[in-house]
Ligand binder design. Structure first.
Ligand SMILES: N[C@@H](CCC(=O)N[C@@H](CS)C(=O)NCC(=O)O)C(=O)O
Length: 322
């Protein structure tokens, strides 16, 4: 394959970054006609520790007690013009793993195993079915819903009962996701990958307008002695926002030029919420690998950072809880 993967491919003629939709969209469920039934040790997650979308799936896997029944392989933090790869001899990478299931060297090979004529991007996360030898789904927003509720029939009651997308909060979670995704999660990419000054200024302004709105929401919660975006219950909305906020000061401020403010100095309520999730919610901290995060962005986008120098700060990457 001679195809070259370049971020620039996704900028339109106006210099705006466009993310392509994911292509594998099957669902794990107990439904009688389901091809993908929940089973222990049948499914495998392919992730990058650098990637915020993959990070969401690792958090749900940890919080729902799925770590023992859904296995994981972690790619090298470096993404080159052929996409993600697994470490090999002479190309070692701390905390990355081999592909435990298929033994491939490149993530792209998995996409071709699942669909020989595949023409899309080779993105993480990938939820792989070891039984049928194919990709179930490569869209993180759908994978986290499956991890949240698709495995309840094979989980012990204490984990099955945990619900991060509860019926009574669904409308509110959807409403938050609707603006937080385009303006913050993807907004930082639209700022960082803009190739036109006006587009950049528009996008970075949008990121900070939304962060100001989130700060107000969390301030209101704080006044009511509530900890999370929708009250005292941690939901999917918190998890989806967390993966971007934890990368904000260490990477997005400088690498994606989101530097009007930063989290630790300018957003006290977001900062407190960030540290609460990171330090106090069991299982989350272990899914965050700052070395992979910082190295990936700064050394995989030569069009933004041609010499691949990784800034040393901020020190520390995240402040203590108190
Ligand atoms: N819609 C996807 C987006 C995933 C995504 O864009 N992942 C990036 C890493 S952060 C990736 O693997 N990019 C590889 C590429 O585009 O070649 C999801 O949320 O699962």
């Amino acid at each position: 394959m001679s195809e070259k993967l370049e971020i620039h491919k996704f900028q339109n003629e106006k210099g705006e970054y466009k993310r392509k939709p994911s292509e594998f969209r099957s669902v794990i469920s107990d439904a009688a006609n389901s091809q993908f039934k929940p089973e222990a040790n049948r499914y495998h997650l392919y992730v990058s520790y650098a990637c915020p979308w993959a990070n969401r799936t690792l958090i749900l896997r940890a919080l729902k007690g799925l770590s023992a029944i859904i296995t994981v392989s972690v790619v090298h933090w470096h993404m080159d013009d052929k996409g993600w790869r697994f470490p090999s001899e002479g190309d070692e990478c701390k905390d990355a793993t081999e592909d435990h299931v298929n033994g491939v060297k490149r993530l792209s090979e998995l996409y071709f195993k699942a669909e020989p004529g595949y023409t899309g991007r080779y993105t993480v996360p990938v939820l792989w079915d070891k039984k049928l030898g194919t990709i179930v789904n490569n869209e993180s927003s759908e994978i986290i819903r499956m991890l949240n509720s698709g495995f309840n029939s094979v989980l012990p009651t204490n984990y099955a009962q945990l619900d991060f997308y509860p019926e009574d909060l669904r409308a509110k979670i959807d409403e938050l996701n609707e603006w937080i995704y385009p303006t913050i999660n993807n907004g930082v990419y639209k700022s960082g990958f803009a190739t036109n000054q006006q587009v950049y200024e528009r996008e970075v302004g949008t990121v900070f307008k939304s962060l100001d709105d989130v700060e107000q929401i969390l301030k209101g919660r704080h006044e009511k002695k509530e900890n999370f975006l929708l009250g005292n219950q941690l939901t999917e909305a918190d998890i989806r926002l967390f993966v971007t906020i934890v990368r904000f000061d260490p990477v997005y401020v400088q690498h994606f030029k989101c530097n009007i403010k930063d989290i630790r100095h300018d957003y006290p309520h977001i900062h407190k919420w960030l540290r609460l999730l990171y330090w106090k919610v069991d299982g989350i901290k272990e899914t965050v690998n700052f070395e992979h995060i910082k190295s990936h962005y700064t050394k995989s986008h030569p069009q933004i950072n041609p010499f691949g120098i990784t800034p040393v700060g901020p020190i520390p990457n995240i402040l203590d809880f108190e």
